[in-house]
Design a protein around this ligand. Structure first.
Ligand SMILES: Cc1cc2nc3c(=O)[nH]c(=O)nc-3n(C[C@H](O)[C@H](O)[C@H](O)COP(=O)(O)OP(=O)(O)OC[C@H]3O[C@@H](n4cnc5c(N)ncnc54)[C@H](O)[C@@H]3O)c2cc1C
Length: 475
């Protein structure tokens, strides 16, 4: 047996799996260690996959509920949450097949199950066995973080790790946390029939997104029947019979509200304690993430880290992108740095809220002079046909190019990629305005917003005078 492996990867979620798969297929001697009994990590088991599958069922429920508006008479039934969650688990199991350990073993990877902890900077321990390597990749992800609410520890509350196990629909559900996870799940449960109260301590939902769009989304959610409380802190929690009573503190005063179930979605904490970072001499940031440089090397240059345990963006596509950077640096030995300028993100509410590039907050911070090109979803023909007219596209324009795009619209998560390409390739806005977009698509909103930006120039007095002059001059 070799005394040192080429690469040890800790964590079999998306970041670890992408890195292992490429390094293994390139012929490196790779060990992949996962502490759960299955590969796949948060995204597959407790994150993206179950949440998006649940959201799909919720959309069906909503469509049935709204059917009469489309001229269809149906008898709306109740959602069978047990059947919905069975479908969620079936989709997880189906996708789990891609993450079969045997597939990775067929690439020559030594897949082991157990918790890995550093013994020293060159050695990890798994189940009492030592594994030495020349290089390491830490891809240990994150876990839900519960806020310090007095009494919360004594009530039974759900997180993203347990919510997909629920089989009976709660009548009254409180969702604490108005970030992407809380907002998505709040709308999904509301559409399935729960009376949902979404509670956020900050002044608005989804604070990283465009404030105009989050306001529109909030109104939309309230119109659907959710009760949304911002600027509201939960100051106490207690159980009484089968209920949980939360004390909600607002500027106007405190109020107790009773719920059948509580879902806590108040942020994530990096899984870094479990690896015993001190033994490897690794430096952590104040929020518990690992300190890395632009090439994703920790302060121990042979130990790399990626994904949720590093940040700055806790997304599956970020872990996948960072895996590519590590492969370049640690496998091909080609120095490559991360570039986060065009990372799209999407909140999968209906309508979806998507963003890419600079936010207005960042552009203002940098003192950039930019203009805004906006176009309302209500003015897109296809949106009218679909009966889904909430939302707007907001483009930040700097020197004739898009530097940031925020979109609240049906399928915004798909449409945003055209804008991401325009930003990353520095495509002039004029080209987007003149490009042919199929009619009637929702994607036309990008062309319309770009066209609208130039409309005042096209129809200006100067252009009108010029057109008259040419037409008088020429036969
Ligand atoms: C409800 C929810 C919805 C989400 N939806 C989306 C979405 O729609 N789109 C999106 O892009 N992102 C979404 N995310 C975020 C996404 O799931 C994460 O960004 C992604 O999983 C991070 O990948 P990772 O490889 O860093 O970590 P993970 O996928 O979490 O993998 C880390 C792995 O490391 C293992 N591990 C930890 N410590 C050890 C140890 N000491 N030894 C061995 N193994 C260890 C863990 O068991 C885990 O399997 C969502 C998250 C949640 C919670």
């Amino acid at each position: 047996m070799r005394s040192k492996h080429d690469l040890v990867i800790i964590g079999g979620g998306v970041g670890g799996l992408v890195t292992a798969s490429v390094a293994g297929q390139l012929g490196l001697d790779v060990v992949l260690i996962e502490r759960e009994k299955n590969l796949g990590g948060d995204c597959l088991h407790y994150g993206c996959v179950p949440s998006k599958t649940l959201i799909r069922s919720a959309k069906v429920a909503h469509t049935v509920d709204q059917a009469s508006q489309f001229g269809i008479n149906v008898n709306a039934g109740n959602a069978d949450l047990a059947a919905v969650m069975e479908r969620v688990q079936a989709v997880v199991s189906q996708i789990q097949q891609h993450d079969d350990p045997e597939r990775f073993r067929s690439y020559g990877i030594d897949v082991r199950f157990g918790e890995a902890t550093f013994y020293d900077p060159d050695t990890v321990m798994v189940d009492g066995q030592t594994i030495k390597a020349r290089r390491f990749v830490i891809a240990t992800g994150s876990k839900p973080m519960a806020p310090p609410i007095p009494g919360l520890e004594s009530v039974a509350y759900l997180t993203n790790e347990s919510v997909f196990q629920v089989r009976a629909l709660p009548n009254r559900l409180a969702v604490i946390g108005g970030g992407p996870i809380g907002t998505e799940l709040a709308q999904a449960f509301s559409r399935l029939g729960s009376q949902v109260t979404l509670i956020e301590g900050r002044p608005r939902l989804l604070p990283k997104d465009d404030p105009n769009l989050t306001t529109q989304l909030r109104e939309h959610l309230e119109n659907e029947g959710l009760s949304v409380h911002t600027n509201t802190n939960v100051s106490h929690a207690r159980s009484h019979n089968d209920e949980t009573i939360l004390t909600l503190d607002r500027e106007t005063g405190s109020e107790d509200q009773s719920f059948d179930q509580i879902l806590v979605a108040t942020g994530r904490r990096a899984n870094t304690r479990s690896i015993n970072p001190e033994a490897a001499g690794l430096h952590l940031n104040a929020d518990g993430t690992l300190k890395v440089d632009g090439r994703l090397r920790t302060n121990q240059r042979h130990i790399y880290a990626l994904g949720d345990c590093v940040g700055p963006y806790p997304f599956t596509h970020m872990a996948e992108y960072q895996a590519g950077i590590i492969i370049s640096n640690a496998v091909f030995r080609l120095p490559r740095k991360v570039d986060y300028t065009t990372v799209p993100w999407v909140t999968y509410t209906d309508p979806e809220l998507a963003h890419v590039g600079m936010t207005t907050a960042v552009a203002n911070e940098r003192g950039l002079h930019y203009e805004l090109a906006a176009f309302s979803v209500a003015d897109v023909d296809r949106a009218m046909a679909e009966g889904s007219t909430t939302g707007e596209l907001r483009l930040l324009i700097h020197r004739g190019r898009i530097i940031g795009a925020s979109l609240l619209a049906p399928h915004a998560g798909e449409i945003i990629h055209e804008l991401a390409l325009a930003i990353s390739e520095r495509i002039p806005l004029r080209r987007l305005a003149s490009m042919v977009h199929a009619y009637p698509t929702l994607a036309q909103i990008s062309k319309r917003a770009a066209g609208g930006y130039y409309a005042h120039q096209l129809f200006s007095q100067r252009t009108r005078g010029l057109v008259k002059w040419i037409n008088r001059l020429l036969p």
